[in-house]
Design a binder for this molecule. Structure first.
Ligand code: ADP
Ligand code: MG
Length: 236
């Protein structure tokens, strides 16, 4: 299980997080829904250890990891822009994390092939990244994230650049993998439909605060304020 405990963060005068408390259970997706610039990516960076909170704690599976180095956190991250390595081919991209952990080339390649098969990408194992479509690149990024068996998956608007059909397919694949491997996942998005389709719980983020938290059904049935309704797309 993952938790933020009273996370506070400001950049100069801008308060991006003010006493944020959130929890995600293994196998579930928590969506953080907020407008652009509301601090969503910053929260993920704090979870990953790429940025430091001013105060508050980050917990993972009963351990306080607030001061742990990013590479020791066993957290994987997937971005909107894939961030794949252009100089490595597909299987080398997928194998990267296990190679880094000292697994030999042949064994790492076999693990990568298994993940590529799981994501219907076996045919592309030896291609360069430039030879893949956007959807394929995003599935390579997913395989690369999961091959290291992370204890938490962070998803920073990973579907935004995909068209509707591909987006829905990838969403279903991610949901199934998170269930199968029993990983907690934090998804940040500005798209209410995406949050509703993928997450068990949604947290609405505005002005550095969680203004509402609940299941998608609860939120859409009863937004607590006009601001909440707007974030959910129920008001213009
Ligand atoms: P979101 O992902 O919701 O669009 P971000 O977390 O990227 O929002 O940014 C939240 C706010 O913090 C924005 O106003 C952004 O300009 C600011 N910000 C983000 N990162 C930095 C930084 N490293 N230094 C200064 N300001 C930042
Ligand atoms: Mg962002």
């Amino acid at each position: 299980m993952f938790a933020f405990k009273s996370i506070t963060k400001r950049f100069g005068q801008t308060m991006v997080a003010e006493h944020i408390d959130l929890q995600v259970e293994a196998g579930e997706i928590l969506a953080i829904l907020g407008a652009s610039g509301s601090g969503k990516s910053t929260l993920l960076h704090i979870a990953a250890g790429l940025q430091k909170a001013d105060s508050g704690e980050v917990w993972l599976n009963g351990e306080n990891i607030t001061f742990r180095q990013p590479e020791k956190r066993e957290i994987a991250m997937m971005f909107q822009d894939f961030a794949l390595f252009p100089h490595l081919n597909v299987w080398q991209n997928v194998a990267f994390g296990v190679r880094l952990r000292g697994v030999g080339k042949a064994a790492a390649r076999e693990q990568a092939q298994n993940w590529l098969a799981k994501l219907n990408l076996s045919h592309a194992a030896n291609r360069t990244i430039a030879q893949l479509s956007g959807g394929e690149q995003q599935r390579v990024a997913l395989a690369r994230a999961l091959i290291v068996q992370p204890k938490l998956l962070l998803l920073d608007e990973p579907f935004s650049s995909l068209d509707t059909a591909l987006r829905q397919q990838l969403q279903q694949e991610i949901i199934a993998l998170i269930r199968e491997y029993h990983i907690p996942a934090l998804l940040v998005s500005h798209d209410p439909a995406e949050a509703a389709l993928t997450a068990q719980h949604i947290a609405l983020l505005a002005d550095g605060r969680i203004i509402q938290y609940g299941t998608p059904a609860e939120l859409f049935r009863r937004p607590v304020s006009a601001q909440a309704a707007r974030l959910l797309g129920c008001l213009n």
